[in-house]
Design a protein around this ligand. Structure first.
Ligand SMILES: [Zn+2]
Length: 315
């Protein structure tokens, strides 16, 4: 789900995942347990229902904007998103709600879901299909359409929310396209065997605990890039195997660390206030509280697997 509102002159977008009929499961970058189309190797057809689309732009332009929003997901080098998008347009007033009918549909219907007035969109994965409801209210810009659908399509692909600067961030950074964190997430879900992620990036391992040895599961891990000071990658403690498997001893494995000099920032989830209701796929509902810790990482090269050992945080 994407939400937007104005607050003290600053605009935000709030995005929430809704996983209907899917098991809740672990994973970082907010990976869901399984993407809907994992085994699909033929074009996935999306129907665009223009029935309630505002007249802001011509119909052909909406189609072009939707194409623009999908495209970056299929162009990640380290991912192999096998399906392509075959779009067609209908104008059907009766199909104004997401439904499990075997048809992937993008529809525009403000207020289709009980909510406040700030929602921009929501994805509805129904097992083998996914509907995207766009709820942008006028006025809106082309970039709002692209951003909203790009984010919701990420949910359809199996990504949940990220705490990094990313298209899949719940609070939008109004990015023009995908970021490193998005690309790592999709590469873990749809690996490209001809260009493995771990050959062009580094892998970071470690273990987070209190001084008494108690494991910390669900600490937010952020790779803060040396040059930009931005969080370029995120994950959680207590998740190993590229953030796909729960580890009760507080270990973590973070794939996709860009080569270079960075810091690892370890924070309790409460630092990301308001994002806990979908749990980001974290394997705990008992979010530990502790003092944030910032660690300088050794300079990493592509292909490195760096184990930084135990990191102790204070209560
Ligand atoms: Zn969302």
């Amino acid at each position: 789900m994407v939400e937007g509102w104005s607050s003290q002159g600053k605009r935000h977008v709030l995005c929430l995942i809704l996983s209907v009929g899917l098991p809740q499961a672990a994973a970082a970058f907010g990976l869901e347990h399984r993407p809907n189309w994992k085994d699909v190797d033929k074009p996935v057809r999306f129907i665009i229902n223009m029935a309630h689309v505002p007249s802001t732009y011509p119909e052909a332009e909406y189609v072009a904007l939707i194409q623009e929003s999908f495209k970056p997901w299929t162009e990640v080098e380290t991912a192999e998103v096998l399906f392509s998008i075959d779009k067609s347009v209908i104008r059907d007033e009766s199909k104004n709600r997401p439904q499990a009918d075997g048809v992937n549909m993008i529809l525009w219907n403000v207020g289709v879901i009980p909510r406040n007035a700030r929602t921009w969109g929501r994805a509805f994965p129904f097992g083998d299909e996914c509907d995207i409801v766009v709820e942008l209210t006028t006025p809106f810009k082309r970039a709002d359409v692209v951003h909203t659908i790009q984010h919701e399509f990420g949910h359809c692909l199996g990504l949940a929310h990220s705490t990094a600067v990313a298209t899949m961030a719940r609070f939008s950074h109004f990015l023009p396209t995908l970021t490193h964190d998005d690309r790592v997430g999709i590469s873990v879900l749809f690996p490209n065997p001809r260009r493995p992620l771990n050959q062009v990036t580094a892998t970071l391992r470690g273990r987070i605990m209190f001084s008494n040895g108690e494991a910390i599961i669900g600490a937010v891990l952020s790779i803060v890039e040396g040059a930009t000071r931005q969080t370029v990658l995120s994950g959680f403690s207590g998740l190993i195997d590229q953030q796909k498997q729960v580890d009760r001893s507080g270990r973590f494995e973070l794939p996709g660390v860009p080569p270079g000099s960075h810091q690892l920032l370890i924070q309790p989830l409460k630092m990301y206030g308001g994002v806990s209701d979908d749990h980001h796929g974290i394997p705990t509902e008992d979010f530990p509280d502790f003092q944030s810790l910032r660690v300088d990482l050794p300079k990493l090269k592509a292909g490195d697997v760096e184990d930084i050992g135990k990191l102790v945080v204070r209560e």
